[in-house]
Each structure stands twice: as C-alpha cells, then as structure tokens.
Design a protein around this ligand. Structure first.
Ligand code: ZN
Length: 432
C-alpha cells in the first residue's frame, strides 16, 4: 500500500490551536506520523502552503444544487412560510432521479473546491422518496466526499408520505451502518409540518438503530406557533417529551427559542446548527441563544457549501447583533463541526492531523503578507482565508482535488450536463 507525503508546509490545527512546520503522511486512509518509516509513492510539495483539516458543513441541502440563478418565483411577499411554499417546496416536488443526481454533483463539486470534506445533509424529494438517499450516496462516493444523509419526513403530503420518508431514512441507516465515509440518520422536516405520530416514530426508529436524528426546529416563527396551537407547553418541551432531544440529535437553526429551551438543549447535550446567511436571506432574525450553547456547529443550509464564507458571515452577523466588543471564536466554529462529524462517524480524531486521524486534509495556497502564528490564526481565517485558496483536497487519504483540478472527474462535462438538467428542473417548477 502506498503513502502520500505532504512536505514543506505548515500544519494548522483549530482545537488545539496549532501552526507548525511539519510534514503530513497519508497512509491507508489515515494520517500517519512522518517519523515512522512508510513506503512513499507520491510526494506533494506544500512549500508556502498551509495543511489544514478538511472543513465540515454541519447542515446542508444538496438537493438545492441547481438553485443558483433560478428565476425568482412570483408572489413571494416575504414571510418564511411563503419562501418555503413558493420556492423550496416547489423545488423539492420537481426533483426526480436525474435532476437530483445533477443537483448533488454540482453542490458536491462546489463543496470540494471550497475545502469541504464532510457534509451533513438533509434531503427531501416527495415525488422520488424511495431510493433517493442511494442516489445521493452514489454521487458522493464517486466524488469522494464524506457525508451523513437523511430524508426529512413530513406530513405535508399526508401520512403515507411521512411514513415513506421515515422508511427511506431507516432503510438507509441500516444499509450504511458500516460504510467508511457515508452514514445515514433519521430525519424530520420540521415539527410544524409533522404529526406527533411521525415525530414519535422518528424517535423510536432512531433509538432502535442507535441512529442520529436530524431535523429543522424553530427556523421561523411557525414551529412555535404550531406548538402553541397544539397546547404542548412549548416546542422543545414537546420534542423532549417525544424523545427527540438528546446527544445524538442535530436541530438545525433554533432561531426562535427562549432561555428555557436553550437550557434544555444544553442539559440534553443536543447539537444545534447555525446558518447565518440563510437566516439573513429568509429574514427570520438573529439566533441570539447560540452564544450560550457549546454544541453549535456551522451549516450552510444549501448555500454553496463554503464553510469559510459561512463562518465569515456568522462572525459579522454576530458583531452586528452584539456590538464590537464581542469576538466570536471562529476557530471553535470550525472545530465544533469536526467534533460533531467525529461523533457521527465514531472518529474522535476527525479534524485533527494527528497519528491515526482520518485523512481528511486540505492544502491552502495562502501566501500571507503578515505573520501567521497561533495568536493571529483566527484573524487570518476571518480576514484572509478564502475558498479560492484551496489547492488540494483529500478525504480518507483519497485525492479529490489536486492543483485545483478535480481528480478522476471531468468537472466541465458534469457542469455542462447539470445546466441542461437545471433548465428541465426550473421548467417543471414553473408548471407546479
Ligand atoms: Zn435547512
């Protein structure tokens, strides 16, 4: 078995913080100490480059890969529910196998080019449910990304639709239990579109398989409003009662939660994801409780899968909301994504470039003009690093991008085909 030696660069770590000139060896899918003997067959010159752990996007929607440039739908006046009804719930209904494949390819290629090595995805395609997660997994396996996939079950299309969504997640969880880079989770769209039966069934199925749960919660005002109508004593009180809040839970957004709910999330060690750009785009407000949560990871909610862009937006939005004295810990924002993915994949060293860690590595061609050390790292991440600096990407030791070129994939051909698929998808949306 051959090894890859990345030499001449500086290794960056986010937790613990590290900036150190040392070589990295990738062997048998993992990071190996450069001090031990190894059979090198490929060497990569990283002079003037930074070698960093690949980025994790903690909540995304690969199905929206063909949404960039999409014509604006008529009649959106601005409420969050209208944005869902007129845009995203039409897009997901218009998806079939072919357009889903194209969406995933486009989104995954952008992710790789931005240095993202792991995606935690939340999928919906109500007219193509059974087997949809296999389609996403096929494409991601071919491109080489690590991912955790789920289907967001919902009662929007009746109880049969909800059951089909849960069945798809459960089938996929079982199928992928031992897969090295792709995992399944049990998913729900959001409490306001799910019956209590559906939510309870999701919790039961997750418990049965020891699986993770991934759902939207309190993104806009609708979840809390429906919880009030249901008379359940609050959104998270109900989620807790149904067994949906624990340390294998990923609750996306949680913008509209109160102190008591934040306390419950902390007590139950549930994960929350933060998507500043999506929140601003949908006008749902600032997620002011997130500063008090330790298990918060950064997602993109389907926008470009560029973690550096998202972290930057989260930083500036936070400064705007809390004033210039607050300095959100951007290194922790990145590191917490690693921690979440490490828990999902049972790989506690994921996100560290230490002996035995998964070989998920990015090389940044970042010729800095000011000193870069442990103290200045956060400011370089915020004000210097861009996705455009990503030169090489490896997942599990496999090269996905070398010298800014996709490995083993004709990116131009993929994107050309995707543009045709996008036309078909947009036409179908117009007809709905
Ligand atoms: Zn989302």
């Amino acid at each position: 078995m051959s090894a890859t030696l990345l030499f001449g660069g500086r290794v960056v770590g986010f937790a613990p913080i590290e900036v150190e000139a040392r070589d990295v060896v990738l062997f048998d899918g993992r990071v190996k100490s450069a001090d031990d003997p190894f059979p090198t067959t490929s060497t990569i010159d990283c002079t003037d480059c930074l070698i960093v752990p690949g980025f994790v996007v903690a909540h995304t929607h690969l199905y929206s890969g063909l949404a960039a440039g999409m014509p604006p739908p008529p009649g959106v006046t601005g409420t969050f529910l209208q944005i869902l009804e007129r845009i995203w719930w039409r897009l997901d209904r218009a998806l079939d196998e072919e357009t889903l494949r194209a969406s995933v390819r486009v989104a995954a290629i952008h992710a790789i080019r931005a240095g993202t090595t792991c995606l935690i995805d939340h999928h919906e395609s109500p007219n193509f449910i059974d087997g949809s997660l296999d389609v996403i997994a096929d494409e991601l396996e071919e491109l080489g990304l690590r991912a955790c996939l789920t289907y967001g079950a919902t009662d929007r299309h009746g109880p049969e639709g909800a059951r089909a969504g849960l069945d798809e997640s459960e089938r996929f969880v079982r199928k992928m239990a031992d897969h090295p880079t792709i995992r399944g989770a049990i998913g729900l769209h959001a409490p306001f579109t799910c019956s209590e039966d559906t939510m309870g069934s999701a919790a039961d199925r997750a418990t049965l398989h020891g699986a993770w749960l991934h759902y939207h919660a309190a993104e806009g005002p609708d979840d809390q409003q429906v919880a009030r109508e249901r008379g359940v004593g609050g959104l998270f009180a109900q989620l807790e009662e149904l067994g949906l809040v624990h340390d294998r839970t990923i609750a996306a957004h949680c913008v509209d939660i109160d102190d008591r709910e934040a306390e419950l999330i902390r007590e139950r060690h549930a994960w929350v994801t933060h998507q500043a750009r999506s929140n601003m785009n949908n006008g749902v407000g600032y997620a002011d409780q997130h500063a008090s949560l330790r298990r918060v990871a950064i997602g993109t909610d389907g926008i470009d899968n560029d973690l550096l862009a998202e972290v930057s937006a989260a930083f500036f939005r936070s400064r705007e909301a809390t004033g210039p004295t607050g300095w959100p810990d951007v290194l922790q924002m990145i590191a917490r994504g690693h921690r979440l993915a490490g828990e999902v994949f049972g790989e506690p060293a994921l996100g560290k470039l230490t002996q035995g860690a998964p070989g998920d590595v990015v090389v940044l061609d970042y010729p800095e003009g000011t000193p870069l050390d442990r103290d200045s790292l956060a400011a370089h991440v915020l004000f210097g690093w861009k996705g455009a600096h990503v030169r090489d990407v490896f997942v599990g030791g496999r090269p996905l991008l070398r010298n800014r070129r996709l490995v083993g994939i004709d990116g131009r051909a993929v994107l050309e085909e995707a543009r045709r698929a996008a036309q078909r998808l947009w036409s179908r949306m117009e007809a709905l």
